[in-house]
Design a protein around this ligand. Structure first.
Ligand SMILES: Nc1nc2c(ncn2[C@@H]2O[C@H](COP(=O)(O)OP(=O)(O)OP(=O)(O)O)[C@@H](O)[C@H]2O)c(=O)[nH]1
Ligand SMILES: [Mg+2]
Length: 351
């Protein structure tokens, strides 16, 4: 297509909030372009201002519609918003993605809203790595709030949403008797529940079921819940307590906007609480600890193939298949092969 924008120009433009340059920079991160790391490194010092809101939940609960309505609500409150929709690579999501685009087009022309979707990267940790980088770019571009939508299915997707400052779990009535969030293991990570499609039958039942689950779990989950502070941080064990109930359950109708302002207010109350209690530090620490793990993991896995002599892994696999060597010894063999490369990998990360 058009001529490649030089890296430094891209960085400058992004930091000034130029949307085209921001979009290009995210693409370079997504495509693992040669200058992707350089771009993120160059803007990192300018990040830390944006507030990250994770929106997750079972497929079809109305997350994208709700994100769009929330973006509207934040705009009305005078804040700028970036949306990062993380789509699974499943061919079935093609339709949903198109739907998202259509739903989101009404924001086009508003410079205060930036919408971007991100596809699953192949390979372990690829999606989390690219998403983490994209969030930093959006932050550096100056958006006040960043909404990250992920389907609450699969560990990677859930983890991405749970790296946010405030985590909203979206539930919808009429999807069977069970609370969807429980199946997906989302009960533990929620700061706020939005029971969407509240215009439908069964809302009250869904709300009651959720509240019951929360009450049952409140004795035990309270202390171990998400931000475990296991790393010697000052432990804010009094988690989000508001009016005697730690996790608000709100009703929304994303298609009409009903209840969306209240959801925004609940998010902002949680944000204020995180600031005042100091718990925000723990959330950021958790996010960067995870990011560090992912970067190291991705780097090391890449070394398994690039750091070993060509074909040696396949040879080992074949030896295991023939029972000439056991899988543990084979793995030890691989680790031995890359351990020298590890040293240069770690130092190479910093260059
Ligand atoms: N009745 C009703 N329908 C809604 C509401 N919110 C969303 N929907 C509809 O539910 C369907 C799914 O909405 P999406 O926003 O795509 O849901 P999603 O959770 O993002 O879906 P995936 O990303 O595919 O998991 C669409 O047809 C929406 O129009 C609501 O509040 N009430
Ligand atoms: Mg969606």
């Amino acid at each position: 297509m058009s001529k490649q924008i030089p890296t430094h120009q891209l960085i400058d433009g992004l930091l000034k909030g130029n949307r085209l340059f921001l979009a290009r920079a995210i693409s370079r991160v997504e495509n693992e372009a040669a200058d992707a790391t350089e771009i993120v490194q160059a803007v990192f010092a300018r990040t830390g201002r944006a507030y990250l809101i994770g929106i997750t939940g079972a497929p079809g609960t109305g997350k994208s519609t709700l994100v769009s309505a929330l973006a509207d609500s934040y705009r009305q409150a005078g804040l700028t918003v970036a949306v990062l929709a993380v789509d699974p690579s499943s061919p079935f999501s093609g339709g949903a993605l198109l739907g998202d685009r259509v739903r989101m087009t009404r924001h086009s022309g508003d410079a205060g809203v930036f919408i971007r979707s991100m596809a699953t990267r192949s390979g372990m940790g690829g999606l989390a790595k690219a998403t983490g980088a994209a969030l930093l770019l959006l932050d550096a571009a100056g958006f006040d709030r960043i909404l990250v939508e992920t389907v609450g299915v699969g560990q990677a997707e859930v983890e991405i949403a749970s790296a946010a400052h405030t985590i909203v779990v979206v539930e919808a009535p009429g999807m069977g008797d069970e609370v969807q969030a429980i199946k997906a293991g989302l009960l533990e990570i929620a700061d706020i529940f939005a029971v969407n499609k509240a215009d439908r039958k069964g809302v009250e039942r869904a709300v009651a079921a959720l509240e019951m689950m929360l009450e049952m779990g409140s004795g035990t989950t309270q202390t171990v819940r998400h931000h475990g502070q296991s790393m010697g941080a000052p432990a804010p064990e009094t988690d989000y307590a508001e009016g005697g109930r730690s996790i608000p359950v709100l009703k929304t109708v994303a298609i009409s906007g009903r209840g969306v302002a209240q959801l925004r207010e609940a998010i902002e109350r949680h944000r204020a609480w995180l600031h005042e209690s100091g718990a925000l530090v723990g959330r950021d620490r958790k996010r960067f600890d995870r990011m560090l793990q992912i970067l190291v993991q991705v780097e090391l896995l890449a070394r398994v193939d690039s750091g070993l002599p060509p074909g040696s892994r396949q040879k080992l696999v074949e030896q295991v298949r023939r029972r000439q060597i056991d899988p543990y010894s084979a793995a030890a063999e691989v680790v031995k092969g890359i351990s020298t490369a590890v040293v240069s990998a770690v130092s190479g990360l910093a260059t």
